[in-house]
Write a protein that binds this ligand. Sequence first.
Ligand code: CDP
Length: 216
Amino acid sequence: MPFFLIAIDGPAASGKSSVSRRLAARLNCACVNSGSLYRAATWGVLQAGVDPADPEAVATAVSALRLDSETVDGSLQIRVNGLDPEAYLRDPAVAASVSKVSSVPAVREILTGILRSLGSSSSLIMEGRDIGTVVFPATPFKFYIDASESVRLQRRHAQGEADSLVSRDRQDSTRRTAPLRIAEDAKVIDSTHLGLDEVVSQVVDHLRHQGLSVPE
Ligand code: CDP
């Protein structure tokens, strides 16, 4: 199998993670949820007692964090100052602050560097907000998965998670650095009325059309 990087972007609860995991199993490659890294940095900021609404303090705090990331058994493993933040990444406090922290340009510079290095040695699928536009702009394999706001709210609710999804989307789309937007060369899939199988099959069809061989 040749080297490939697949970028999957879209708003919160559009189905990116489920599609990425399914696709990674088919392609036998790692699947990196870049949002986890932004959430981990946010957790580190909150742990340090820093106000997430103070961009300068956030930039200083994130530069001082030791953020280690590697793919283990096909998914991203993160350490923040040596600690595993996994259990805290979906906390409402993290969800409420992550868009503020990720709007700080210095934070994006550091995290983009980490994400790029993950994709420098092995093929992978990466999902997020700016993967096709900023992290891996040169890859030909780009998708933007969308869904109506009401369906996304229902999906997140069904996951039993308290999430400030609407406000995160607004902040993520309007920030100055690397806002959520559709890359010009991305294949857009609206999953509002589609099940997971249908979205995955549209992604696979498109990848095959682009010349990437995807096993059944
Ligand atoms: O799971 P969901 O799509 O709701 O969110 P996530 O992927 O865990 O991302 C959490 C937050 O991280 C987003 O709301 C963005 O503020 C930020 N993020 C980002 O700025 N850039 C990325 N490439 C990925 C996430």
